[in-house]
Unconditional design. Structure first.
Length: 199
């Protein structure tokens, strides 16, 4: 079995990996996401993923693989990360409702034993329901949208407000399993080597 370290505090990313038979250790990068700005959404997501991966990889001494991820919603060319603030989240939802955006998740995988790295961005189109002002207010009041890219989840309370997607569902949760499999292959590892026998 190949050891994997997830450089992310995201419970959704961890749950996605566990459901797929992968049980990584978790080490939060501590990277300040505000240090990178002014980039198109896809580049921003990838750069932040690389920074998170690198920050954790520098602390690894056992040769583990390290995975860093970051998600950004691309709406009309604007890169929308975590809103943090309720008023910002409400404004975002009023922009997003009845429309579609592209959720872009940067992935960076480092093999600390070999000193190699592979990185790429996955993109999934997300269609949003034409939610009412009352629904937006109620959703924002739960606090859920404040700490997630694009101010929504597909695997939580926000799931009812997503009418469809085009692409990888897991990517919208925050981690594309098919892309991770490809990155592993680039570095000479098999996806199934990450399975550890637990379900």
């Amino acid at each position: 079995m190949t050891a994997l370290v997830l450089a992310s505090a995201s419970p959704a990313r961890l749950a996605t990996l566990r459901a797929a038979g992968v049980h990584p250790s978790v080490m939060v990068s501590g990277v300040d996401e505000s240090v990178v700005s002014g980039l198109p959404a896809a580049e921003l997501a990838l750069r932040l993923a690389e920074l998170k991966c690198d920050a954790v990889a520098e602390r690894i001494t056992d040769g583990s693989l390290v995975l860093g991820c970051d998600s950004v919603l691309d709406l009309d060319g604007a890169a929308l990360g975590k809103p943090y603030d309720a008023d910002v989240a409400v404004r975002r939802w009023k922009q997003m409702r009845g429309r579609a955006g592209v959720l872009r998740t940067g992935h960076c995988l480092r093999d600390t034993a070999a000193g190699t790295r592979a990185a790429a961005t996955a993109s999934t189109v997300v269609h949003f329901a034409d939610v009412t002002d009352a629904e937006i207010a109620a959703y924002v009041a739960t606090g859920e949208p404040l700490q997630v890219a694009g101010a929504f989840t597909i695997d939580g309370l926000g799931g009812a407000f997503v009418t469809g997607i085009e692409g990888d569902h897991h990517n919208v949760v925050g981690l594309s399993l098919p892309l991770l499999r490809d990155l592993l292959g680039e570095l000479g590892h098999a996806w199934t080597d990450l399975w550890d026998g637990r379900s």
